[in-house]
Design a protein around this ligand. Structure first.
Ligand SMILES: C[S@@+](CC[C@H](N)C(=O)[O-])C[C@H]1O[C@@H](n2cnc3c(N)ncnc32)[C@H](O)[C@@H]1O
Ligand code: SF4
Length: 387
């Protein structure tokens, strides 16, 4: 039984981009002309209204505009949405409000507008500072534009921002990967997300892999060198791909990884809500296609699916998230979030510990460096329901 529901976040999906990148499998669609943002904000608020009864009275600790390219949205529309959200939900004081930004969409005045609307954190999709790599990734910006966009944001007053970088890029060598990080540090981020490029099914890159992809050994070398460099420069790794300065971890993503709750609104958005009265956990997702979403938001037709998470699935779901964290998790949090007693996972924790994948100290369970390398194997131990 779950005594009280976990912290609650709000995810808002913006499904349009200037151009679809060939490696991207997110629900993002190339915009034909200016997307109907005013109508979209109306739809988002109808969508939120429909989800509200599931979370009455619960404070919201973070908001995240993800995409797609949320920075295509004019500040006035972000402002209108946040005003509507604040009228419907209690956003905690100091609520973290992040907006994903493609540097190719930066314009004078935009960042001042976002700040005035209440956005207090930005996440820039930089990917690389090498113009050849950026071209091969099909990005709409070059390195100079990326630097200029970050400068515009800091001049406007943003001091809490993440830079997304990818490594193991086509044509990239170790020096280039390290150089990308050096250019990132020079911009003064509080957070760096460092992702290995993966060839996702149903993308152009999966259908026609680019030439000169680094092999696994080189990718591993890049990761090790970059991890060490990030640590040396004061960015502590707290998750598989996330590094932050002290106190600047992304609260929104931490809530996902700690198996917290979130409402997901917008085209194709996913949410997870725990109900205090019966301890059930609901996963809900919305219509994926922007046109269908716009037409159906706020009506039952907009619900892509509602799925109750059975108790037998919860240990696996919890581990899938919590074992991404360098600090792992507390067994009390496991019990609070899943409603299962710790005894249901004890034998499997011990099996993982015997293989050198987990370190168990009192109440704390941490993945070892070996466990972090084989996360999929560790997590799959928790797939089967307890014997
Ligand atoms: C949802 S995307 C949004 C960022 C924004 N739309 C942009 O691209 O500028 C978040 C991040 O995921 C990472 N990403 C996307 N596809 C990836 C892939 N196939 N492999 C590794 N990282 C990927 C990129 O670093 C990207 O910035
Ligand atoms: S800009 Fe970001 S979300 Fe859009 S297609 Fe490229 S990687 Fe995907």
């Amino acid at each position: 039984m779950i005594a009280s529901p976990p912290p609650l976040s709000l995810y808002v999906h913006v499904p349009w981009c200037v151009r679809k990148c060939p490696y991207c499998d997110f629900n993002s669609h190339q915009a034909k002309g200016e997307p109907p943002f005013a109508d979209y904000v109306d739809a988002l608020l109808r969508d939120l209204d429909q989800d509200l009864p599931m979370v009455w009275g619960r404070p919201v600790q973070s908001v995240f505009f993800g995409g797609g390219t949320p920075s295509l949205m004019p500040p006035e529309q972000i402002d209108r949405f946040l005003q509507g959200a604040s009228a419907r939900l209690q956003l905690v004081p100091g609520c973290e409000i992040t907006l994903e930004t493609n540097p190719g969409t930066a314009e004078h005045g935009r960042f001042e507008g976002y700040l005035a609307a209440g956005v207090n954190r930005l996440s820039f999709g930089i990917q690389s500072f090498d113009d050849g790599c950026l071209r091969r990734l099909g990005r709409i910006h070059d390195s100079r534009e990326a630097e200029a966009a970050v400068k515009l944001a800091t001049d406007a007053g943003f001091d809490n921002f993440n830079l997304d970088l990818m490594y193991a890029l086509p044509g990239q060598d170790l020096d280039m990967a390290v150089h990308d990080l050096e250019r990132a540090f020079a911009l003064g981020p509080s957070h760096v997300s460092h992702y290995q490029l993966t060839l996702e099914p149903n993308t152009l890159f999966a259908a026609r892999p680019p030439a000169c992809l680094p092999d696994d050994d080189l990718a591993w070398d890049m990761q090790e060198h970059c991890q060490a460099l990030l640590a040396e420069r004061g960015f502590e790794q707290y998750e598989v791909s996330a590094y932050a300065r002290a106190g600047r971890q992304c609260r929104h993503n931490l809530n996902y990884w700690a198996y917290g709750d979130y409402l997901g609104i917008g085209a194709g958005a996913h949410g997870k809500v725990t109900f205090g009265h019966d301890g059930s956990i609901l996963r809900r997702w919305k219509q994926r296609h922007p046109a269908r979403y716009l037409a159906s938001a706020g009506t039952p037709a907009n619900i892509g699916g509602d799925d109750r998470v059975a108790p037998a699935q919860r240990a696996f779901e919890f581990m899938l998230n919590a074992l991404r964290l360098v600090e792992g998790f507390g067994l009390d949090t496991f019990e609070l979030r899943t409603g299962l007693p710790r005894t249901t996972i004890q034998p499997r924790l011990e099996a993982a510990s015997a293989r050198g994948w987990l370190e168990i100290a009192g109440d704390r369970v941490r993945p070892t460096p070996l466990g972090r390398r084989f996360t999929n194997d560790v997590v799959s131990l928790f797939l089967a329901p307890p014997a």
